[in-house]
Design a protein around this ligand. Structure first.
Ligand code: ADP
Length: 666
């Protein structure tokens, strides 16, 4: 066998199979046979030679491999690519084929097969290729894993919702950050973030951490990173455009460079705010619960046990503590509470059903406190599922015993009022009738007296004429009769005049004017001079107001009547002494007319002012009984009052008031 010179072999291109064939000793034979790498020779794609390592990698015996196309062993997914590269190699487009493709093994198993092939010779269109192959599965998988891990990390870094900085605590530079960091801090571009250092992000002071110097704490964090320590902290970040966010922050040194760390922060502003809001709302509801005027209780629907209740509920149930409620002897709260024990369960069941159907149920029943006190319970039941989906019943209740009592009392009062009103209505009706009849009477009095005046005057005049012409022809008796007629006529005339004056008080409109009091009184005195002088009466005036504001005609009538009565009602022969006084009060002028006459008995205090009321007959003291009734009417028209004080046989004082008018009212 020809021995090949190693130098020659190296200088020459690699030997062909033919070169090796017939050689007694091939210097590379051992190298090829013993090589760890699989070595093979292909003619075009047909495997014509393989060393033992090659068959080991292929996991097949030599007979199954030699003479087969390399494509026969190639997995479907890599076939096209391998064939393409083969074509390029054979056409000379590439000089070396380097490929990793999957080799089909038994079953569905595949393994990565690395192939490095070169064209070495061409014989009649058949190319001989020398190739080295190996099991590249582990390497390929490791590489793929690396790529996957890297891309996984990249994807996470890019797409995470948490913000990440790569921050150097020594150089105080933000080396990188992800999109979330830009977004969470409200910046528009990554560059804006990278320009800043951590003292720009972190405020020195914040109301979220009262009393803390956050910059000082941040500096301490730098020391920890340099020492290679990871840590977690809660922090505040300034965001672009003002405002702050709260964040949970994880800081993990990279160990690539001293002081370099990943700063991963999670925006908790909403969570913190929500938690605070939740706390505040829980507190609000607790406050309402504790301070409500209603008795509020919460029951477990299944067991009927009370879960919670407020202070008012304890009072309503007549217990001192919740524990006392929980330990009620029968276990079932309602059975102790309902006055009618038998129906309690049924009633509650029906209310739960109603609440389920309508959202809530109203309940009213007679109840007993644990103290034994009975009362009327009124409440609203509302059903609710708790966080464990257990049915709970919330009750808002109150003791309405007092209200019912008050209502009863109110209804009783209303009943009484209705009765009283009926009575008043009845009285009003009667009063109305009375007023109507009174008005009719007054009208009648006016027209009757007015119309009676003329015929009466004729009767009196003609009687007097008749008396004159019959003077000699009448006997004494006839004369007396005649005189009766004349006297009766005169009396009637007086009565009619008085009646007419009385009815005029109402029919004639009031004419208020300023009156000089003393002038008015002297005028009256003059008009009454005949009567006064006949009785040798004295009249004195005391403390008279100079001016009053009133209806002159009526006030004159008033004084006239009272003075006439004072002169008239006195024992025969006694000299009348009248005193007329005035007095000013805040709103009224008060006048009094005192006499030394016969006096009036106390029992006539009110009656005396009624029409036609006379205490004496007309033979004793003449009159019509209309004067005082008229006075009362006049006084009423002047917003005043009239009354008297008297002592029988000693004298009487009549008082009356009339309203004073202010200058601006006049
Ligand atoms: P008349 O004077 O026409 O009788 P009055 O209405 O003025 O009617 O008085 C009613 C009655 O009151 C009088 O009849 C008299 O009995 C009594 N009376 C009135 N004034 C006095 C008085 N000053 N003293 C005593 N009795 C009086």
């Amino acid at each position: 066998m020809q021995k090949l010179n190693a130098d020659k072999m190296f200088r020459k291109p690699s030997p062909s199979v033919d070169d090796w064939k017939g050689l007694e000793y091939a210097p590379y034979e051992d190298l090829v046979e013993l090589n760890e790498a699989g070595l093979l020779i292909l003619e075009n794609d047909i495997i014509v030679y393989g060393n033992p390592s090659f068959f080991r990698v292929m996991e097949r015996p030599q007979e199954e491999v030699i003479g087969q196309s390399i494509f026969h062993f190639t997995a479907e997914e890599d076939l096209a690519e391998l064939q393409r590269q083969f074509a390029e190699l054979l056409s000379g487009e590439i000089s070396l084929l380097t490929n990793n493709f999957r080799v089909k093994l038994d079953g569905d198993k595949v393994k990565f097969f690395s192939l490095h092939a070169k064209v070495k010779s061409e014989k009649g269109g058949v190319y001989t290729l020398y190739a080295a192959s190996g099991n590249s599965t582990a390497r390929v998988l490791a590489k793929r894993e690396l790529v996957r891990t890297k891309s996984k990390f990249e994807a996470m870094y890019r797409n995470m919702l948490d913000g990440i900085f790569i921050y150097n605590y020594v150089t105080e530079k933000t080396e990188d950050c992800n999109d979330a960091a830009v977004r969470v801090l409200n910046y528009d571009t990554k560059e804006e973030v990278l320009e800043k250092n951590r003292f720009d992000y972190i405020p020195q002071f914040s109301h979220h951490f009262p009393g803390s110097d956050l910059h000082e704490i941040t500096r301490m964090h730098g020391v920890m990173v340099v020492e290679g320590k990871s840590f977690f902290t809660r922090g505040v970040f300034n965001i672009k455009g003002g405002g702050q966010i709260l964040a949970n922050v994880n800081v993990v040194p990279t160990f690539d460079k001293v002081g370099e760390a990943y700063v991963i922060f999670h925006d908790t502003t909403d969570t913190v705010t929500q938690r605070r809001a939740l706390k505040a709302s829980e507190k609000r509801y607790r406050d309402i619960f504790e301070n409500s005027h209603e008795a509020i209780s919460l029951f477990d629907v299944e067991t009927g046990k009370i879960i919670d209740c407020n202070e008012n509920a304890l009072q309503l149930y007549g217990v001192k503590s919740k524990a006392q409620l929980e330990n009620l002897p029968r276990g079932n709260f309602h059975e102790n509470f309902f006055k009618n024990h038998k129906d309690a369960k049924k009633y509650i069941k029906s209310k739960i059903k109603e609440a389920k159907e309508k959202g809530r149920a109203f309940a009213t029943f007679e109840a007993v406190k644990l103290t034994g006190e009975e009362f009327v319970y009124e409440g609203v039941f509302v059903l609710n599922k708790n966080e464990k989906s257990k049915l709970e019943m919330l009750t808002f209740a109150r003791d309405i015993q007092d209200r019912l009592n008050a209502e009863k009392e109110k209804n009783k009062l209303i009943g009484e009022l209705v009765e009283a009103k009926k009575e008043i209505d009845q009285q009003n009706k009667e009063l109305q009738k009375y007023i109507e009849s009174n008005l009719q009477l007054e009208n009648f009095a006016y027209f009757a007296s007015h119309d009676l005046r003329t015929p009466l005057r004729s009767i009196i005049s003609f009687t007097q004429l008749l008396k004159k012409s019959m003077q000699d022809k009448m006997g004494k008796i006839d004369e007396e009769y005649m005189q009766f007629i004349v006297d009766a006529g005169v009396n009637m005339q007086r009565l009619i005049e008085d009646l007419l004056s009385f009815s005029r008080i109402n029919t004639e409109a009031l004419k208020f004017e300023k009156i000089t009091t003393i002038d008015l009184l002297l005028e009256i005195e003059k008009e009454l001079s005949v009567l006064r002088e006949s009785k040798s009466a004295t009249i004195c005036y005391c403390n008279m107001p100079s001016l009053i504001f009133a209806d002159r005609t009526k006030i004159k009538q008033l004084f006239q009547n009272l003075i006439t009565n004072g002169l008239k009602f006195i024992e025969k022969g006694k000299q009348p002494q009248l005193k007329i006084s005035g007095e000013e009060t805040e709103r009224y002028w008060q006048f009094s007319i005192s006499d030394n006459g016969i006096g009036i008995d106390e029992e006539y205090k009110d009656k005396i002012f009624l029409m036609f009321k006379r205490l004496h007959n007309s033979t004793e003291y003449e009159g019509t009984g209309i004067g005082l009734a008229m006075c009362k009417k006049i006084i009423e028209q002047h917003d005043g009052q009239i009354w008297f004080e008297s002592e029988v046989s000693k004298g009487t004082t009549f008082y009356f008031t009339i309203r004073k008018y202010m200058d601006d009212e006049i």
